[in-house]
Design a protein around this ligand. Structure first.
Ligand code: SF4
Length: 117
């Protein structure tokens, strides 16, 4: 399997194959690439971004991101937990908007501050 490492801007092209001892990884320029490739084969994760409505603020929408990567298989269910969420201003960057999403320990946090209108 061929992957592009997304851990840094270099974007190494990595080949990974399963073998009797574990995985044969080639093409990575550093150990992070090997860790990334093995994680993609065994338990792929992603940071997730979204947005929710704001009430009483100078902006109408608040952008969010997860504070840690979440299992790729849970992304759609994680996004569904934000349905209908409306945040009251003021909001500070880093505020937890949705805690412990799906019991994963991952939180959706605000990526910016929004003052009251
Ligand atoms: S393998 Fe290392 S150097 Fe290459 S893209 Fe990944 S993090 Fe960057």
């Amino acid at each position: 399997m061929e992957l592009i490492c997304i851990c840094c801007p270099l974007g190494c092209r990595i080949n990974i194959e399963k073998n009797a001892e574990g995985f044969d990884v080639r093409g990575n320029s550093c150990p992070r690439g090997k860790q990334y490739a093995i994680a993609e084969m065994t338990a792929p994760t992603r940071m997730v971004t979204s947005s929710v409505l704001v009430s009483g603020g100078k902006e109408k929408m608040l952008s969010l991101k997860t504070d840690k990567p979440i299992a790729k298989s849970l992304i759609f269910d994680a996004l569904a937990t934000l349905k209908g969420v409306v945040v009251a201003a003021p909001v500070n960057e880093g505020d937890v908007i949705k805690a412990d999403v799906l019991g994963t320990g991952v939180n959706f946090i605000a990526t910016r501050s929004i003052e009251k209108a």
